[in-house]
Write a protein that binds this ligand. Structure first.
Ligand SMILES: C[S@@+](CC[C@H](N)C(=O)[O-])C[C@H]1O[C@@H](n2cnc3c(N)ncnc32)[C@H](O)[C@@H]1O
Length: 242
């Protein structure tokens, strides 16, 4: 039986402290996540599993919204040459720095406070990775971070660079595929899994109403609600027109 304190922490914002063991392929991670840093969910775990299978040998990688750094560890172990990791504040970046050091990541890493795709760097990247905010995006238009990611990816990627990200079926996968197509990207699905709803979905009546109107946004099996989590890799064209 969970204690009242645990229930209180688990309700709402998904920013409660936790020590978490996660396995990506052969990599066992022991993550420390303090209060205020996003507690990894099945979305992030699915993305990490896919990243662990990729060959990122010699690639330069930007991760937007690194949180506790779980993907950055997987990216480094998949051979990346260097990484830039962004977050909304220094405290979260400090937590990522702590988890990377704990896992002996020794490739060059730059930690930057940045507002989503507004990353102040002259560098263009081979790969941009992210688990974008959606259910808890804090925006009236919940897809804000997904849409801006797709529209701005060309400003962050080298010509022919790749955007790798995870999204829920509740965020309207066909809409995402259509937008990537509009940007001239070639998109592959790298992995798809079903995951049961997080408790905080049910606590947000507006969210439940919104996702009910997304075609194939979720399904119910034996009374349990499931979303489908998809990792996409979109290869952007060599140049923007004009
Ligand atoms: C869904 S969480 C993913 C965190 C981590 N990558 C994971 O999978 O556990 C989204 C992350 O984006 C960060 N974030 C939110 N708004 C942001 C913004 N405007 N710019 C950069 N990061 C932002 C949040 O702090 C959060 O850590």
């Amino acid at each position: 039986m969970p204690t009242m304190e645990k229930l209180t922490k688990r309700r709402g914002d998904n920013l409660y402290p936790v020590a978490m063991n996660v396995t990506f392929g052969d990599n066992e991670l022991h993550l420390d996540v303090p209060a205020g840093v996003w507690n990894p969910t099945p979305h992030g775990v699915h993305l990490g599993n896919v990243l662990a299978e990729l060959d990122l040998d010699g690639e330069t990688v930007l991760e937007l919204g690194t949180g506790c750094g779980l993907h950055a560890i997987a990216i480094a172990r998949s051979g990346a040459e260097s990484m830039v990791l962004t977050e909304i504040d220094d405290a979260t970046l400090d937590n990522a720095r702590h988890n990377l050091a704990k896992h002996d990541i020794d490739i060059p890493v730059e930690y930057l406070v940045a507002n989503w795709t507004s990353v102040e760097t002259d560098e263009l990247f081979d790969v941009v990775v992210t688990n974008p905010p959606f259910a808890k995006s804090g925006k009236r238009y919940r897809r804000y971070f997904i849409d801006t990611l797709i529209r701005d990816a060309h400003r962050l990627l080298k010509p022919g660079g790749k955007l790798v990200f995870v999204q829920s079926s509740m965020a309207d996968l066909p809409r995402t595929l259509g937008m990537l197509d509009e940007e001239g990207a070639t998109t592959e699905i790298l992995g798809q899994v079903d995951g049961p709803f997080r408790d905080y979905y049910f606590e947000d009546a507006a969210f439940m109403r919104e996702v009910a109107s997304v075609p194939n946004g979720y399904h119910v099996r034996d009374g349990v609600y499931y979303e489908t989590l998809t990792v996409l890799r979109a290869t952007f064209p060599d140049a923007q027109p004009g």
